[in-house]
Design a protein around this ligand. Structure first.
Ligand code: MAN
Length: 474
């Protein structure tokens, strides 16, 4: 019995050719023969059994439309056009027998039972030409894209190198700054430690005092010698005057002189004592610093405790004398270096934030300089990672690259409106070129930039899907 059925199927499959069904699907329409009658079941519902001649009878029996592949009776069915010489295709059933030759799908004209010439040869020739052009364009575009990718890569590498160089410059400037600061601090500490003693500070006064002492000694000596002379004269007078002259003034003077001599105490005329005192004062002053000590700074406090612990004199910290500069020059070099460090830090920050930008796949946005175009009376300038200008009006500054678009915001404010902003989309084509500008909302702009960098290799299916028939040449 099984064998018998199998033979029956084979016989049927040879006979069967259903309109609107592709050769590879013809087997789905093989009939089942029961009691010499041919039956068939809807493809998606085997419970619905039809007699074989209900297929393509222009009446829709199956919910999935599978019983009417060659007519427009079921709205959900699809008709297979063989399109010999071009590519087979399926057309929606509502386009069948509607009086229109749908050559874009059925170049063989089989969607219309009559009146549509087979145009597959012409259309296929058009397609071949189109495909060749697309492939040629794609080949050169992908080469151009490669160049832009290389430019982007080089620019990114340059940024990375700039970053490394700036980091090195920063590190060496900071080290030098640190050394100069230490050198200055060291010098100041040394200067503090080498502060002149009280003696040195007062040495001019000491010299002065000594000179004055000497001068007084001489004056004293002269005055003493005058007194000696006068006393000598009075002694001579007292010993030799003639008392018979009875001169009361002479007598009184001689008596007072005698009283003076007897009351006179021996005076130490030597000023050596004063000199000794001065000498001692000088010695003591030599061991004293001004103000009685060093003003405590972090450096000299550390120095002090270091000395306490090690009992070793801490020689100036091991700072090679870089400059041999005076303190003022050192300070001005430190100022210059501080400015330099700040500049390097600023540049480094710019480079780092530039490097951190998401500049699209393979950093492609980095490859482009400003893209310019005059459209509808306005001159647009688009710098993809920086800004967009409409003449001199700022449309916006770069915000981010997201979902294959670049967004710009914080542009100049519109008259009675919002701050301008915009976005840029990209399409594959010859470029870079601004191919469209629109303002979907007031002061919010949309730009389309075309360029080879946004081209991707196309599959044959994609080329076929993009192909459009030139109807004028049919
Ligand atoms: C200028 C341009 C236009 C914008 C108006 C808004 O004319 O920037 O794009 O729509 O200002 O006032």
């Amino acid at each position: 019995m099984l064998k018998l059925i199998a033979i029956t199927y084979l016989a049927a499959s040879v006979a069967c050719s259903i309109k609107g069904v592709s050769p590879e699907n013809q087997h789905l329409y093989e009939p089942v023969i029961i009691d010499d009658v041919q039956y068939w079941h809807c493809l998606n519902d085997s419970s619905i059994r039809l007699t074989y001649n209900q297929i393509n009878d222009n009446y829709c029996d199956c919910p999935d439309g599978s019983d009417e592949p060659g007519t427009n009776a079921c709205e959900n069915s699809k008709y297979y056009c063989e399109n010999k010489g071009h590519f087979p295709a399926y057309i929606d059933s509502f386009k069948l027998n509607d009086g229109v030759c749908d050559y874009d799908v059925c170049c063989d004209g089989s969607d219309e039972p009559e009146g549509c010439e087979n145009k597959c040869d012409v259309i296929h020739n058009q397609y071949v030409e189109y495909k060749e052009n697309v492939e040629k364009f794609m080949a050169t575009s992908l080469q151009t894209k490669e160049k832009y990718l290389q430019v982007a890569k080089t620019k990114k590498e340059k940024l990375s190198n700039d970053k490394t160089r700036l980091e090195q410059q920063l590190s060496s400037a900071q080290k030098q700054l640190e050394r100069l600061r230490l050198e200055l601090e060291n010098k100041e500490l040394e200067a503090e430690l080498e502060e002149p003693s009280v003696y040195e500070a007062l040495s001019d006064h000491f010299v002065n005092l000594n000179q004055k002492l000497q001068a007084n000694k001489e004056i004293l000596f002269t005055k003493n010698s005058h007194i000696d002379t006068l006393e000598q004269i009075l002694h001579t007078l007292a010993n030799n005057y003639n008392p018979n002259f009875n001169d009361p003034a002479v007598k009184e003077s001689i008596n007072k002189f005698k009283q003076y001599i007897s009351n006179k105490q021996e005076v130490n005329n030597d000023i050596g004592d004063a000199q000794n005192v001065l000498e001692k004062l000088q010695q003591q002053a030599k061991s004293l610093t001004q103000g009685g000590g060093v003003v405590p700074t972090i450096a000299n406090t550390f120095h002090y405790y270091y000395q306490l612990f090690t009992n070793t004199f801490l020689v100036a910290p091991q700072v090679p004398n870089l400059s041999n500069l005076g303190n003022n020059e050192l300070s001005s070099q430190i100022d210059q270096l501080e400015t330099q460090v700040k500049n390097i830090q600023r540049k480094l920050q710019e480079v780092v934030s530039n490097l951190n930008i998401n500049a699209g796949p393979n950093d492609i946005l980095r490859a482009f300089d400003t893209i310019n175009k005059k459209i509808s009376g306005y001159h647009y300038r688009i710098s993809l990672l920086d800004s967009i200008y409409q003449d001199d009006v700022l449309i916006g500054r770069f915000k981010e690259f997201k979902d294959n678009k670049v967004y710009f915001d914080y542009g100049s404010r519109c008259w009675n409106g919002p701050q301008r902003a915009g976005d840029v989309e990209f399409v594959c084509g010859k470029g870079p070129d601004i191919v469209s500008v629109s303002e979907p909302e007031k002061c919010h702009y949309n730009f389309v930039i075309q360029g080879e960098s946004w081209c991707e290799p196309m599959t044959e299916e994609e080329i076929r899907a993009n192909f459009n028939i030139d109807y004028d040449k049919l």
